[in-house]
Structure formats: structure tokens, C-alpha cells
Design a binder for this molecule. Sequence first.
Ligand SMILES: N[C@@H](CCC(=O)N[C@@H](CS)C(=O)NCC(=O)O)C(=O)O
Length: 216
Amino acid sequence: MPILYSFKRCPYAMRARMALYLSKTVVELREVSLRNKPQSMLKISPKGTVPVLLFDDGRVIDESIEIIEWCIKEKKDIFKDTLNKDQELFAEDAIMLFDEKFKFHLDRYKYATRYKDVDEISHRESCVEILKTMEKKISNKKFFYTNNVNKIDICILPFIRQFRIANPEWFDHHNEFPKIQKWLDNFLKSSLLKDIMVSHKVWKKDNLAIFFPTNL
Ligand SMILES: N[C@@H](CCC(=O)N[C@@H](CS)C(=O)NCC(=O)O)C(=O)O
């Protein structure tokens, strides 16, 4: 059985857990403290980020998108709906935009005190600009393009969730991206989110193994 080093609230680990969950891939879950990462994880992935997926044969995948790609390739049809070519291209660009730009501004908005001389409001505005471009493209379905979750949803929604958490009142009353608010709300109410956000104690070497997902 593969081992997943994970951190409950990390958006990258969340998207990897969603892909594993949707593909019904059972893993041994090792909850990590980011301040005290286990040596066994650093040995197989010295860059020290979660998620890290380790297979029985020693193969390691330590990028969240690659874990999702592995789930899609191995288990097929993990997403119920197929996007058209334009939607697929937009989804890929949007995922990159969130990984590269939105996350940068999100960190400086949400954790402004960790950085020197940052203006949290201007970083919040940069996030808003990105959300406004998404607002123009989103459908009226339950998720971004479809009624079932797709790759764009599991990749991006964990970041928007964090963006809201920085100031829920402000987010909920902001009026420039109503469809994005609804999109996030559908995700926050989903059993998918509930099932992948189960809390676990930080893993230690001699602990009993915890399996994820728990409800398969
Ligand atoms: N490109 C990586 C990014 C993963 C990442 O940055 N994860 C954060 C947690 S959200 C992390 O592990 N940071 C290391 C640290 O905080 O020490 C991926 O997609 O898997």
C-alpha cells in the first residue's frame, strides 16, 4: 500500500487527498508537522514539501499535480464529466495561475506578519483580480464547469477556501464575484471536503498505521 505524507490544511495535500479519494486509492496516511518533518520523508524527498506519495517499489511522487495525474492515469474516470478542449485548456492555465500567482498573493495577505513590508490589502486586491477573471468564465453548474467535481475544482478550491478563511466576513460580503462565492460554498458543504479533512495526530515512527480514505 502506498504511503502519503500529508498536512491536513495544506491546499496541495488537500487536492492530492481528493484525487486519491475520488480514485478510491487507499493509502497509509502520515500526518506531518511542517515544523518537524519526519526524516523518512526528507530522505525520499529532500525538498521537504507535502504531499509526498511513496509506492511499495520505492517510486516517489512529490508534486501534487503529478499525484492527481497518477490517479487519473491509473484509475481512469476519476472525474465523471469530460471537459471540452477549450475548457481543458482554460483549466490548465487557471491551475497554473493559482499555483504561481494566487498563492503568492494569498500568503502575503493571509500571513502578512510573516513577511517584511507587505501591504496585505494590495495582495488581497491582486487575489480579487484573479477571482474576477474566474467569475467571467465560471458556469452556472454546481462546480466550475460541471455538476460533479473536476480537476479544476479540486486544484483551485482549496486556495479560495484559504482566501476566505483570512477574513470570512469580508469575503462573504464582497460583491465582485458572486458565482465564485457560490462555487466555494458548494465545495464547503460537500461530503468530499468533509471526508478528506478528517483530523489525525502527527505521525510518529512507531504509531499504528492510519488508512485514508476511511470510508471505503
Ligand atoms: N509544488 C508543490 C508545493 C507543495 C507545498 O508547497 N506544500 C507546502 C504546504 S502547503 C509545504 O510543504 N511547505 C513546506 C514548509 O512549509 O516547510 C506541490 O504542488 O506539491
